[in-house]
Design a protein around this ligand. Sequence first.
Ligand code: MG
Ligand code: MG
Length: 285
Amino acid sequence: MSAGILSRLPLLAKWSGRMIQIKTAHEIELMRASGLVTAGAIAAVKAAVRPGVSTGELDAIAEDHIRSKGAVPNFLGYHGFTGTICASINDEIVHGIPNPDRRLAEGDNISIDCGAILQGWHSDSAVTVTVGDPSAEDAALMDVTERSMWAGLAKAVAGGRLTDISAAVEQTITAEQHPYGIVDHYGGHGIGTEMHQDPHVLNYGRPGRGPKLVPGLTLAIEPMVTVGDPATVELDDGWTVVTKDGSRAAHFEHTVAITPEGPWVLTAEDGGAAGLAPFGITPRG
Ligand code: MG
Ligand code: MG
């Protein structure tokens, strides 16, 4: 680990009394390396999703992958969290705790949220998948959630404002005929030398507000969408967030850097090429 990186004071841009960490081009390269570790961990977990596997086993797969790359899980120990991944099933939206006794069944939806620290730099990403074939309702839920994330990522461009991202996420979801819920107590965030930094990124709102989007700003964009009402309850375990009405939820997340050349999706293997293509954006790979 380079002492130079850690001893360097991050460049901070002040907005509305909050300090937003702006990364150099070199630091974004380091975050890309971290992002690829997280991408690999999520891919490994996805490949292991099947009926009968426990969320504890999936957690071990993620941790092994991250450590094999010389990185450290950033969820593990975070405010006492005991997992490398958050494993949230069906009506669980986020922050499910991995458990060796919790086994997946055909038709379950599992959200896998995971992050890593490499050379001091954080990355954070999440995906929701079905065990086996999804129902039409589940497929539509996951599709709109993922598309809303990509719509937000496509707005991570210099010259815009933070809530351009929020509005793009919301508009994608509300354009659907089905009245999906947008979970509103949780959202995206700045990310860099800590997992959670300013600014908070709402998954709804009017465009054209908030901090200016500038090269070097890195954000985690993470819509959480429900089939039913978006009201949430936190379980007695102090972590797991579920829908109050028991309806299913989906959660997708990527870490993105705003660069002079456009959005660079640091936790996507292809840099976001496939997901950003419908928006006419070609990121660096
Ligand atoms: Mg996450
Ligand atoms: Mg996050």
